[in-house]
Design a binder for this molecule. Structure first.
Ligand code: NAD
Ligand code: MG
Length: 377
């Protein structure tokens, strides 16, 4: 069997390192053809030695590149469009992943997409570029992987409703007065998943679930009225699909990104993997579900409203959130300021088109600027 070339963009991150762990077990099917990272040259070098890719890219200016590495942001598009790459794992965090996703689907590649921000800021553009280029978008996000697995060949017309599960994050049981005082360390303490810093904060504000509803809207072509969220603290059920006949399917498993990564590579096939974390119902006497405390986590409703509003609003939601999260992580603003920043940016810059790359980037820039000015940064 010939192997398929895989590019791992963001190979030094949480999803990126998980992806390489999975790829190392499936060398008979997949070959790591390209790796990129932002600035962690040490880990990137170790990975390059282990996997011997034909292309290595480092994005950050000032990072010391090694002999033969490609330097600068354009390395992402280069890696994503190479002739020896057929699958691109986009594990970059944030809007920085947009051009690589667009270029990969335009070049007819399969994109295994962890970088949900790409689809949120430019869902219609990505979908259209994908259609024209003959590319394919397969989710790595665990909820969307669960939905894709439950769909198993059915189409959106067979679906009545999706129910995305949310762990509830570290603050599921915190009351508003305590939330107002939440520290960076508190917010990074995710109960069920170990992830990068940005998505950990998004999980604490529930902005992550809004990003995921918008992601599901574009991936599965369903209206916002058909997508719901339920809190499930154990993170065992990764999401539900209710079909038009009333049947509800769920996909379950121990919280691990290894399966969503492997499935994004092999879909619609399933490939044996004995090292995959196993699920034992006997050790989970209780799986529970509860409603989201929407009033206490305003980022969720703001994101859902931005999705429904369409145009530039989802890009503004995403960019304001990214900017506010980075200010929070720099200890410049408080936890609840993140939602305030999103609300204000949407009120000031949420109108406008979002159907071209230029429009999306303009909305993204205006939202970031607005948030910086709001906190006099
Ligand atoms: P991370 O911070 O651990 O890793 C991010 C990776 O992207 C790193 O390799 C970094 O070098 C690279 N990167 C960061 N900024 C960059 C830039 N400006 N240009 C180029 N490369 C850059 O993040 P993560 O937790 O692995 O998350 C990656 C993406 O996957 C996010 O979109 C996140 O929402 C999504 N996701 C993550 C998980 C998870 O379990 N970690 C689960 C579902 C979805
Ligand atoms: Mg998710």
């Amino acid at each position: 069997m010939s192997t398929r070339g895989v590019a791992v963009l963001g190979s030094t991150g949480s999803v990126g390192t998980t992806a390489l762990r999975v790829l190392a077990r499936h060398r008979d099917r997949f070959r790591v053809a390209a790796l990129t990272a932002f600035s962690n040259t040490e880990l990137l070098e170790t990975q390059a030695l282990e996997f011997a890719p034909s292309f290595v890219g480092i994005c950050a200016n000032g990072a010391t590149p090694h002999h033969g590495w490609t330097e600068g942001t354009q390395c992402l598009v280069e890696a994503a469009t190479r002739g020896d790459v057929s699958i691109v794992i986009n594990a970059i965090v944030g809007a920085a992943g947009l051009d690589a996703t667009l270029a990969a689907v335009a070049a007819g590649k399969r994109v295994a997409l962890a970088n949900k921000e790409t689809l949120v800021m430019a869902g219609a553009l990505v979908a259209e570029t994908c259609r024209r280029g003959g590319g394919e978008l397969i989710p790595v996000d665990s909820e969307h992987s669960a939905i894709l697995q439950c769909m198993a060949g059915r189409t959106s017309a067979d679906v009545r409703r999706l129910v995305l599960t949310a762990s509830g994050g570290p603050f599921r049981e915190w009351m508003p007065d305590r939330l107002a005082m939440a520290t960076i360390a508190d917010a990074l303490q995710h109960p069920t998943w170990r992830m990068g810093r940005k998505i950990s904060i998004d999980s604490a504000t529930l902005a992550n679930k809004a990003l995921e509803v918008i992601e599901a809207h574009f991936l599965f072509g369903l209206s916002y009225d058909q997508i719901e969220v339920v809190v499930h603290p154990q993170s065992i059920v990764h999401s539900f699909v209710e079909f038009v006949d009333g049947s509800v399917l769920a996909q379950m498993g121990t919280p691990s990104m290894e399966l969503p990564v492997l499935y994004a590579l092999t879909h619609p096939e399933r490939v044996a993997d004995d090292a995959m974390p196993r699920f034992d119902p006997g050790v989970w006497p209780e799986l529970s579900f509860e409603r989201v405390r929407t009033e206490d986590f305003p980022a969720l409703a703001l994101g859902l409203a931005a999705g429904r509003r369409g145009g530039a609003a989802p890009a503004v939601f995403n960019a304001a959130n990214e900017q506010a999260v980075s200010l929070f992580l720099a200890n410049r603003i408080r936890f609840m300021d993140i939602a305030r920043a999103i609300e204000s940016a949407l009120a000031h810059c949420g109108d406008g088109p979002g159907d071209t790359r230029a429009a999306v980037l303009a909305a993204d820039g205006a939202a970031r600027q607005h948030v910086l000015e709001m906190f006099a940064c």
